[in-house]
Unconditional design. Sequence first.
Length: 366
Amino acid sequence: MEKGKISSLQMAFMMYPTIVATAMLGVPSITAKYAKTDLWLSPIFAALIGYLTVYIAYKLHKIFPKQTVFQFTEKIIGLIPGKILGFLLLFFYIQNTGIIVRDYAEFVVSSFLVNTPISVIMASMVLLCAFIVRGGIEVLGRAAELFVPVFIFPICIVILLLIPDFDFMNIFPVLGNGLMPPIKGAIVPGGWFSEFFLVIFLLPFLADMKKGMKSGMMTVFAVMMTLIVVNLLVLFVLGGTTPSKNYPLMNTSRYISIADFFEHVESAVMAVWIVGAFLKISVFYYVSALGTAQWLNLSDYRPVVWPMGILIVIFSFWSLPSSIDVNRNDIMAFPLQGILMQTIIPLILLAIAVLRKRKRKGTETS
């Protein structure tokens, strides 16, 4: 079904913006509502979910090499329960791809293209992603390799330009109310870290499989460090007003003004967001198309790509009627859904697979 191969570095480049792109814009304000001045500690606790998820995905892959979750689920829990669980997981990914598209479009419309119909922005992005998904995993890997430096560079520039506006006293008191506030603040970003389960769809196509686990763990660490830096950046500039901002990173970039000449750097943040959203939507789109083909036992996933694109746009409208609902979903629904579908259920599948493997070995020995 997929003949292409990618390197472990390309997998890391695919996963990094898949997590960071949406997390760095809206999540700091959500985290600040719970963690207050300790919001920079929350990604450390949230990353534990990422490490666990990568470990689970890699162990499942070792037991069932060259298969994705839609294929080996049937072997672990049986044909009919496997098909039902596969459908639920597939529905989860298609729905969330639509929500990611909606998140992207809401940000662009509210911040920049206020007179452009949101349907045009969503449809144009999905159309662009459809071409790269049809190209296969190699094209997606090379695109990530090309665009990730473009994604990272403007963030570094924004951080350097904002240093004169930093108020380092905003970080105090550290752990003034104990560990519970940053732990509570870690629940929402924990949902984003659970998305590392997507590596289960990429591991079968790695050319250097031995580096798969290491690459996944290093990507989790890179995402954690990025979110810590972004949260500190927002805290040092906005301080106690962070929880009231929908897109705090965008608000901080508007503080940049050098000699009353170099201003309006928020366009660089938008560029970062568009590049990151493009890669994130493409990865989710690819997983949805590949998973649909595997669930239906098709010989190729490419005929599914265009119908899947239409379905994603439909879900982006149907799932959430307004920007308020989009924000509420990010806080209330997605973190719990993400951790359940991408960490807890795979952990249960891994436990069943390991127990069955040991039982089989015991039977053969006796």
